[in-house]
Design a binder for this molecule. Structure first.
Ligand SMILES: [Ca+2]
Length: 397
């Protein structure tokens, strides 16, 4: 073959390969259009030293914008702020940690002996009652084993003595949630209506998510004693269904509930969702996921598309800014709430801290995130896992 013929042949092969690749990409986009398409590709790197300190009272201006405040934690999962200023933190293997980020005193630990770490299960959610100051009620979501060795997830209530750092008066207020090695949900939080909301996963049994009699693959709502509110949609604890594995719930200024949800994993990736949750709503899993939709099912407000994975966990709303952390995404995501839309999607601190499990705002305005690089799916760095304090101005839009 002549040299010119060879060049023409090679060029033709490259052009054909390029056309096939482009056609594949276009098909994917037609099948699963990202929402919004341009916003998801934007990556924001914030200069750590560029932002001023919070204006909230009691915060010194000289404090760094980003600071590691606790190290060597063991898969921290959720945190709550005590009236006296200390923090309570759950660790998935079964520890309730108490620490003070302004003190050199060693953290204290209560072992929750009932908690069984099972894959993604273990000691997960933590919430203080809205009237904690008077009733001292503390709530935990955890994976337990019954006498036959069968695993389940449950919500328990304790009386927590803030002075003595002790738990007493244990009461199981919700049981009957199937536990699995994957998809155990686990976030619990009191809503503006004073009721306790609970996210559950489908425990790897996707058909449970559409079964309104099952507590799995749902967002649940109960009273503070575990009883069922009279206006729950299906006469049981179920508030919304078709939720594959939600690990984040937060309410906006209008009292609307925004939830993060893990999309399909394994061969399929991505399709992580942010949903605006309404009472009785069906969010589609496993019938649909991502942007795909059918009549009667509620589509996510945004989703990560076919090629990006957030693995979204805890979320937080400050003003009009929705923030959520990502495990596999290794970032803090943010978007601006505008009506029932999310705009100005941003990816912050990508790969800077590793896998992230939650973002919380302390009463003094500082934000706290927890790494989860020790959870078996990450690469632990020196001092992991960490609790890291951030200036809210780095993230508020
Ligand atoms: Ca969905």
């Amino acid at each position: 073959m002549k040299k010119t013929s060879k060049i023409i042949l090679v060029t033709a092969i490259i052009a054909a390969a390029l056309l096939i690749f482009l056609a594949w990409r276009v098909d994917l986009h037609l099948l699963f259009p990202p929402t919004p398409p341009s916003a998801l590709e934007k990556v924001v790197n914030v200069a750590p030293t560029a932002a001023p300190s919070p204006t909230a009272s009691g915060t010194a201006v000289s404090e760094p914008s980003i600071k590691v405040v606790a190290e060597n934690l063991n898969i921290p999962w959720e945190m709550a702020f005590l009236p006296g200023g200390d923090f309570l933190l759950t660790e998935r293997p079964g520890n309730l940690i108490r620490l003070n980020v302004n003190s050199v005193a060693a953290p204290q630990k209560i072992v929750i002996a009932d908690a069984h770490q099972l894959g993604e299960g273990g000691l997960l959610g933590l919430a203080l009652h809205p009237n904690f100051v008077s009733n001292h009620w503390l709530y935990l979501y955890l994976t337990v084993a019954d006498s036959a060795g069968k695993f389940g997830n449950e919500v328990v209530r304790y009386v927590y003595d803030e002075n003595a750092n002790t738990l007493s008066d244990k009461k199981i207020i919700l049981t009957g949630i199937v536990a699995g090695a994957n998809h155990d949900g686990g976030r619990i939080a009191f809503g503006p209506d004073g009721l306790l909301y609970i996210t559950t996963g489908e425990a790897g049994q996707s058909n449970l998510a559409q079964n309104k009699k099952s507590l799995n693959g749902k967002i649940l709502r109960i009273k503070d004693d575990g009883s069922i509110p009279a206006d729950n949609p299906f006469g049981n604890a179920v508030y919304s269904f078709g939720n594959r594995n939600s690990e984040g719930i937060a309410w906006d200024a209008q009292g609307r509930l925004w939830a993060t949800e893990h999309g399909p994993s394994g061969l399929l990736t991505g399709f992580d969702e942010i949903n605006l949750i309404v009472k009785g709503g069906n969010y589609g899993w496993p019938t649909v996921y991502g942007a795909a939709n059918k009549p009667g099912l509620i589509a996510p407000i945004i989703q990560s598309g076919a090629t990006d994975t957030w693995a979204p966990t805890g979320d937080l709303i400050i003003g009009d800014t929705l923030l959520w952390t990502g495990l596999r995404g290794e970032a803090i995501y943010s978007a601006k709430i505008n009506g029932d839309r999310l705009e100005n999607f941003k990816v912050n601190f990508k790969n800077q801290f590793g896998r992230l499990r939650f973002i919380k705002q302390a009463p003094d305005g500082w934000l706290y995130i927890a790494t989860n690089n020790t959870d078996g799916r990450g690469t632990p760095r020196a001092g992991d896992d960490k609790l890291i304090r951030l200036n809210a101005k780095l993230l508020i839009q």
